[in-house]
Design a protein around this ligand. Structure first.
Ligand SMILES: *Cc1c(COP(=O)(O)O)cnc(C)c1O
Length: 427
């Protein structure tokens, strides 16, 4: 069957033809290819077209598609353990691995997605502090939990406006919106509401408004405010964890979080998530404490095996991160050189193997407002050109593209050649 025929039929049975909205390519106004296989950095669609992949399942596949060791671990466990709903040794293995390999994680709870991890971490913060309000930053994404689905208007917004139908105002009235990298605004917010704030959740390296790294003094301000007012600082490392460094975004900043959420890479390509932090906080979870959170499939044996195989391989090969950094630099420098040559206004933000090419006239992109200056029409032309050139990138200006350990110089060169043709066509 042709891609388009499969997609049209999918639209009959699944809303928009997809199980997660971005996959429908609505923003870029073209039909998505239907992917059937992947190996290393190459994915293949139903018409046998091949693409070099810079999406990597939206981040998880840092080892590339169908890494031999991960597939082997899945095969081995799946012949004897699909699910029990009982404790298994594999859960201990992954929990212990994460607690001993990462900083500030004394205890951890496994869940099935990033959304579950962040909503549970917030519930735990509320239960632990016995407070209602949470702070999230405009432009940060923490999954589809009602309390996070808030769009930020301009300026200082202190009340929530729903970003989705079906979210009652009551569900978001305790969500306060912070402005990323704005120390004064967050300080004002705490002055007004500090004693009611259970926690602040942040992507330390934002990826869901395009890549923007939080500034050091901004992070220090957050930590100071949380300490002063007794609120918890939650790092949402669902995308950052094992991505920007083996020890995640935590290792890039001086400040320590109270709770951290993980998913994506930690599941090795299977559905997973986790949240962890200080023992004294984590012990408030049932069955030890009064914060109830559960899951029939949480800690599933196959997921644990895939996660452990992935994380252990990363830990045993820390030079992978140097490789990713080096090809990342090559990609970044190449893009900037080409943009200069053709006078194409571009800002490129990159932290390790996650990056965004912003089509913006600004000198730097460091806030959500900066992001909004991007030329989305130009991005859409770029996206279509890249896809036709056999390069798969996220179908939105406001997403990160990812590198894996399997990307090599020749893949970067193919990307740059395609980018140069695009740049030439824009002048
Ligand atoms: C992807 C993502 C989530 C949501 O994870 P799901 O597994 O899609 O539910 C939450 N936070 C961040 C930072 C993410 O990138």
């Amino acid at each position: 069957m042709k891609n388009i025929d499969i997609f049209r039929e999918s639209e009959q049975y699944m809303p928009g033809g997809v199980n997660s909205p971005v996959r429908a390519f609505r923003g870029v106004k073209i039909n998505p290819p239907i992917i059937k296989s992947g190996k290393g950095v190459v994915i293949k669609d139903e018409e046998d077209n091949e693409y070099i992949d810079f999406v990597l399942a939206w981040g998880p596949l840092i080892l590339g598609h169908c890494d031999e060791d991960v597939v082997e671990a899945i095969k081995e466990v799946s012949s004897k353990a699909l699910a029990f709903g009982a404790p298994t040794k594999l859960e201990l293995d992954l929990a212990k691995f994460m607690c001993t390999s990462l900083d500030n994680i004394e205890m951890i709870r496994m869940v099935n997605s990033g959304t579950e991890a962040t909503m549970s971490a917030v519930k735990l913060a509320r239960g632990y502090t016995n407070r209602k309000r949470i702070v999230k930053f405009a432009g940060c994404y923490h999954g589809h939990f009602d309390g996070f689905l808030i769009e930020a208007g301009s300026g200082v917004i202190t009340g929530g406006i729903p970003g989705s139908l079906g979210v009652p105002t009551e569900s978001i009235e305790n969500t306060l919106i912070g402005i990323y990298n704005d120390k004064e605004q967050i300080t004002e917010l705490f002055k007004k509401y500090g004693n009611e704030i259970a926690g602040v959740i942040i992507e330390p390296v934002a990826g869901n408004m395009g890549v923007i790294k939080a500034e050091d003094d901004f992070m220090e301000t957050l930590r100071e405010l949380c300490d002063e007012y007794g609120s918890l600082l939650i790092f949402d490392e669902v995308m950052n964890g094992f991505r920007v460094a083996f020890k995640g975004a935590q290792s890039l900043f001086k400040v320590k979080p109270d709770l951290v959420t993980y998913a994506k890479i930690m599941g090795g390509g299977l559905p997973c998530g986790a949240y962890g932090g200080r023992r004294e906080i984590m012990e408030n979870l049932a069955p030890l404490g009064g914060v109830y959170q559960a899951g029939t499939m949480s800690g599933n044996p196959i997921v644990m095996a895939a996660g452990l195989a992935t994380l252990a391989k990363l830990k045993n090969n820390l030079d992978y991160y140097n490789h990713i950094e080096n090809i990342g630099i090559k990609l970044q420098e190449g893009i900037l050189q080409i943009s200069q040559k053709y006078n194409l206004p571009v800002v490129m933000n990159r932290v390790g193997g996650m990056m965004t090419i912003f089509f913006s006239n600004l000198k730097e992109v460091r806030t959500y407002d900066d992001v909004k200056t991007c030329d989305v029409e130009r991005f859409n032309r770029y996206f279509e050109h890249m896809l036709k050139s056999g390069i798969n990138i996220p179908p939105s200006q406001f997403e990160a593209l990812f590198l894996s350990v399997k990307h090599e110089e020749n893949h970067i060169n193919t990307f740059l050649n395609a980018f140069e043709k695009f740049a030439a066509s824009e002048v």
